[in-house]
Design a protein around this ligand. Structure first.
Ligand code: GUN
Ligand code: ZN
Length: 440
């Protein structure tokens, strides 16, 4: 089948190239989808005569078709505790996060939250994410079972945590290794599912556990690694006491063999030039989590320093729910724009939408499959509605360029502005006709 409508995607990287040139805007596009992949993309007028006869065409009037959003850092078990009042990172973990995550020992509870979480992601136009589960293997089975049912391309893994956490949330180095390996065999590259070895952060893993996490990564091709890095000043101070022999927080992970391509480090707020340089050289990615960094008072991520064209670090956007306050990448871009302003920099709308799509895919080394609209790519798409509310409609009417319109979407938009979402070519969310998309 085929989709017709206005479309935006990227030809090049708008942090390295002129942003307006990197943005590909096709006012009346045709996207042909076969077997879950995009097979043709271009101007409707140029392609209409090449369509196989009887191809059904869905026209999205007034919509803007984009690649589905990519969330490079999010905790599905924290959905039930989003918007918990009054703490910074370490107290917030103790007071809200650990008690919530303890409930995932119950597989039925985990299955219910996994269903709600993935439903919410699709409502927000997000089709891929790097997801933390809990320390319980059953929380990972619950997540991948639902993701496999929806056929979403997801990266996820069991949290490894053998110290500085309540007893009911701790594993052991060997137990965590064995459970992870069994989950890797069950889920890694099972359909579109991908596994991430997931030590929570250096404070909750012994050196022995970090070393075993490094050895897990070498057991199969294409595994991911995700953890947290230099989010909060009290945390950074604690890590330097826990690992006095390491040169830096990043070095704790590097020493265990955890820093390389497909390693995704959340936050990276309190880092210096040396760390950016090491990340660039190692090919690992940083996840910029602006709503979370503001919510927990962690600090301002230096996006433009990270992306310095002389040694660009791969950067994706993370919602980091439950410390993040929205699963919407539009809302995340809203805050990313303001954080950039606070550091004296301006995030161009083309750069913003690149981060939320192609940039996120590149951070995860998945940019040959997702993140842009082009022949050969998997057909994960969202249809944005700039007229979702009366105010947005009024504001959108005054926009003269696609850049202006994208900026209004990222400042005022949220899940209301996601008209529809497609996963591997299948309609999985239809805002105005949820039954048509089989939503439950
Ligand atoms: N650092 C260690 N664990 C967490 C977590 O769950 N959320 C955030 N934001 N930071 C962390
Ligand atoms: Zn996090």
């Amino acid at each position: 089948h085929a989709l017709r409508g206005r479309a935006v995607t990227f030809g090049t990287n708008p942090f390295l190239d002129d942003p307006a040139r990197a943005l590909v805007h096709e006012p009346d596009a045709l996207i042909l989808i076969e077997d879950g992949h995009i097979t043709r993309f271009g101007a409707f007028d140029a392609l209409r005569d090449t369509l196989p006869p009887d191809t059904p065409v869905t026209t999205w009037h007034h919509g803007i078709i984009s690649a589905g959003f990519v969330d490079t850092h999010v905790h599905y078990p924290q959905l039930p505790m989003i918007a918990a009042y009054g703490e910074q990172l370490l107290e917030w973990l103790e007071r809200y996060t650990f008690p919530t995550e303890a409930r995932f020992a119950d597989p039925d509870y985990a299955a219910g939250v996994a269903r709600r979480f993935l439903r919410e992601l699709l409502r927000a136009g997000t089709t891929s994410a790097a997801v933390y589960c809990t320390v319980h293997p059953q929380s990972v089975d619950a997540f991948f079972t639902e993701s496999a049912r929806l056929n979403t391309r997801m990266v996820a893994g069991k949290v490894l945590m053998d110290r500085n956490a309540p007893a009911n949330l701790r594993d052991t180095p060997q137990g965590g290794y064995d459970d992870s390996l069994a989950l890797i065999e069950r889920w890694h590259q099972h359909g579109r599912q991908l596994y991430a070895v997931t030590p929570r952060f250096a404070a909750t893993s012994t050196e022995e556990q970090l070393d075993l996490a490094g050895s897990l990564l070498r057991q199969r091709e294409g595994l991911f690694m995700q953890t947290h890095l230099s989010e909060n000043l009290a945390e950074v101070e604690w890590i330097s006491h826990l690992f006095p022999r390491r040169a830096s927080y990043l070095d704790v992970y590097a020493h265990a063999g955890l820093v390389g391509p497909r390693s995704v480090l959340g936050h990276g707020v309190h880092v210096d030039e040396d760390i950016f340089h090491t990340c660039h050289a190692a090919g690992c990615a940083l996840a910029h989590c602006p709503t979370s960094n503001l919510f927990l008072g962690s600090g301002a991520f230096r996006l433009f320093d990270a992306l310095d064209p002389r040694r660009p670090v791969r950067v994706g956007l993370g919602t980091d729910v439950g410390a993040g306050t929205s699963l919407s990448q539009l809302q995340t871009l809203n805050e990313a724009y303001k954080v950039a302003q606070s550091t004296g920099r301006r995030l161009h709308p083309a750069q913003a939408f690149w981060l939320a799509t192609a940039g996120g895919a590149r951070a995860l080394y998945l940019d040959d499959r997702i993140g842009t609209i082009a022949p050969g790519m998997e057909a994960d798409l969202c249809v944005l509605d700039p007229h979702a509310t009366p105010l947005m409609a009024q504001r959108a009417e005054q926009c003269e360029t696609i850049e202006d319109l994208l900026f209004v979407l990222m400042m005022l938009g949220d899940d209301r502005s996601v008209r529809a979402t497609y996963v591997a070519g299948q309609l999985v969310h239809d805002r105005d006709a949820p039954e048509a998309a089989g939503e439950r």
